[in-house]
Design a protein around this ligand. Sequence first.
Ligand SMILES: Cc1cc2nc3c(=O)[nH]c(=O)nc-3n(C[C@H](O)[C@H](O)[C@H](O)COP(=O)(O)O)c2cc1C
Length: 232
Amino acid sequence: MPQLSGEELTAQRKRLEDVCTIYKSPLLSTSLLLISPLFQIQHKIRHPDTFLPPSDYRHQSILDPVIPKDIYSPSRMDVLGMLLKIRMRPNPTYDLGVVDDRAALVVCNNEVPDAPIIYATESFEILTGYYGSEIIGKNCRFLQNPPNPRSPPWDVVEKCRKYNEPLLSELRHRIQRKEEAQVKIVNYHKDGTPFMNILTVIPIRYEDDDGVERDYIVGFQVNEKDITPSLG
Ligand SMILES: Cc1cc2nc3c(=O)[nH]c(=O)nc-3n(C[C@H](O)[C@H](O)[C@H](O)COP(=O)(O)O)c2cc1C
């Protein structure tokens, strides 16, 4: 345990009090009721101006002697912050309901040609069968083709390709226009089996670690099979 000076202890105590105040904030309880406490606190720390913070969090999060910046984000991606931004976006085209970082999702960098994946959640890996290390840097379209040795029969693949064609064209245009999109397309797991992917893409502007606003797109994947039973 590091030894803290009296001043540092006072600072820590003040942070704890502030966190408690955030929990009690009526603003948070009405607008963010469905978002987890961790979500709320993290957003509060990173965006102190958004929800009228009780104190100066921007400086506290940088100077904190005990908790170094990004210790809880090995990927250095503020995924919870992005999800919050998506949740609070004005005029959403699609209602995603409540989303947390256990959803299957990827973040793509739309400032780089062909919008490569820069982040994928564990649920995305489980859904598709691909490890993050295999797909970072790739465009998501790799999911539209079965891996070579495990491909289903040629006519099945061709039928799926034809089904996908108009939907992908619509998706491509919407992405180019920086619009939200939702399509149901055939994708393939790494083992070659096809699945119906209900894909929603949401473009966001997001301020990176270095303070620069970037053009990202977050893509949410759901296997239709996983929701059909719940629809009765
Ligand atoms: C954030 C994001 C997530 C995407 N996720 C998928 C996906 O899960 N499956 C898929 O088949 N395509 C996905 N796409 C779509 C493809 O990357 C690509 O945009 C689409 O195939 C149309 O472009 P193309 O005609 O150049 O291939 C995603 C795109 C973005 C931007």
